[in-house]
Ligand binder design. Structure first.
Ligand code: SF4
Length: 107
């Protein structure tokens, strides 16, 4: 039987490579989640649109999913229910998972 000799340095290098690979997978997963959350690029909104979003405290991810834009009377969903939709109050793309101070239950 052939004995395999691995130096401590090589073992540490391999451990670091595995840690970096695991961190990369984690970061890639987070980046994908963020990409889904961002519907409208802030730099593509007019100052009036940005101001209205700020005054209504619009956020891309509702803290209470029961009060997300997809359940709001002013929301018009895209063909894919989880994609960005339109709002009768705010211009530009609106996140189905978003929320603002004008949220009103879609009955
Ligand atoms: S009014 Fe507010 S909560 Fe309702 S769809 Fe528009 S942005 Fe979302």
């Amino acid at each position: 039987m052939k004995e395999i000799v691995i130096s401590r340095r090589a073992l540490l290098m391999r451990a670091c490579q595995l840690a970096v690979a695991a961190a990369s997978v984690f970061i890639a997963g987070c980046a994908k989640k963020d990409a889904v959350a961002a519907c409208a690029a802030p730099d593509q909104l007019s100052s009036g649109e940005s101001s209205l979003r700020a005054s209504l405290q619009y956020i891309e991810q509702a803290s209470d999913s029961a009060k997300a834009c997809r359940g709001c009377v002013y929301f018009h969903a895209a063909a894919d229910a989880d994609s960005c939709g339109k709002c009768e109050i705010l211009n530009g793309a609106i996140n189905a998972h978003g929320h603002c101070a004008s949220w009103s239950a879609n009955s």
